[in-house]
Ligand binder design. Structure first.
Ligand code: GTP
Ligand code: MG
Length: 222
């Protein structure tokens, strides 16, 4: 089997404050490694990974790993619009990074209109769970996830705990959104690409439908 063959390509963006561990999460997922000293991201980095979402259906995941630092914001913003999925990441031991999640979510939702990004919220560095280290409780994080209408996962790039789960949850959420037409393909939007007869059929049906019935723009996303 040709491992580069795929039926769908999803563009996924990594979001959250600097040092919450976005690059480390991706490194654990795509290379199964962890570095104590990892370079801060400058602008945006790219990674590719393949996942079989059901027998015979391979998805090419194209990741955009953005820099959390404010000075890169004008660069990273330009990647929001062509993303179909986003991992919203905060550090469980850093309260400010949790409080900024609402801002990240709101900013992306505003920039991608009339498109929609599907999110998963990740409470990261779950290995640092000793008394006095954790600064955000699971209950608070679940409450925020409920308000934003997104699933919540606690993970650690250091130990590998729930890392694959977080990425697969997001991929499956996008795939289901695509199958149920919650995610619509539109001309000039690159969040999802299709390849192969079955996928191209879906693409044609979706593009015809959106050309006939333009949807009113959604205020927010989930
Ligand atoms: P920017 O690129 O500046 O936006 O930062 P980032 O969100 O990509 O964070 P990065 O992955 O560079 O990690 C920042 C620091 O956190 C590094 O020192 C990592 O080694 C550390 N780190 C990352 N993941 C974990 C984790 O799961 N547990 C612990 N304890 N430390 C982690
Ligand atoms: Mg980074």
């Amino acid at each position: 089997m040709d491992l580069t063959l795929w039926q769908y390509q999803f563009r996924i963006i990594m979001l959250g404050d600097s040092t919450v561990g976005k690059s480390s999460l991706l490194k654990r997922y795509t290379e199964d490694t962890f570095l104590e000293s990892i370079n801060q991201t400058v602008g945006v980095d790219f990674h590719v990974h393949f996942l079989e979402v059901e027998p015979g259906v391979r998805v090419k995941l194209q990741f955009w790993d953005t820099a959390g630092q404010e000075r890169f914001r004008s660069v990273t913003r330009s990647y929001y619009r062509n993303s179909v999925g986003g991992l919203l990441v905060f550090n469980l031991t850093n309260r400010a990074s949790f409080e900024h999640i609402k801002d990240w979510h709101a900013e992306v939702c505003e920039w991608v209109q009339p498109h929609r990004v599907l999110f998963v919220l990740v409470g990261h560095k779950s290995d640092r769970d000793a008394p006095g280290e954790r600064d955000v409780s699971k209950e608070e994080a679940e409450k925020l996830a409920g308000q934003l209408g997104v699933p919540y996962v606690e993970a650690s790039a250091k130990t590998g705990h729930k890392v694959t789960e977080a990425f697969e949850l997001l991929t499956r959420r996008v795939y289901q959104g695509l199958m149920s037409r919650e995610v619509e393909l539109r001309e000039g939007w690159d969040g999802v690409k299709c390849s192969g007869p079955r996928a191209l059929q879906l693409q044609r049906a979706s593009l015809t439908r959106s050309a006939v019935t333009p949807k009113p723009s959604k205020k927010c996303c989930g």
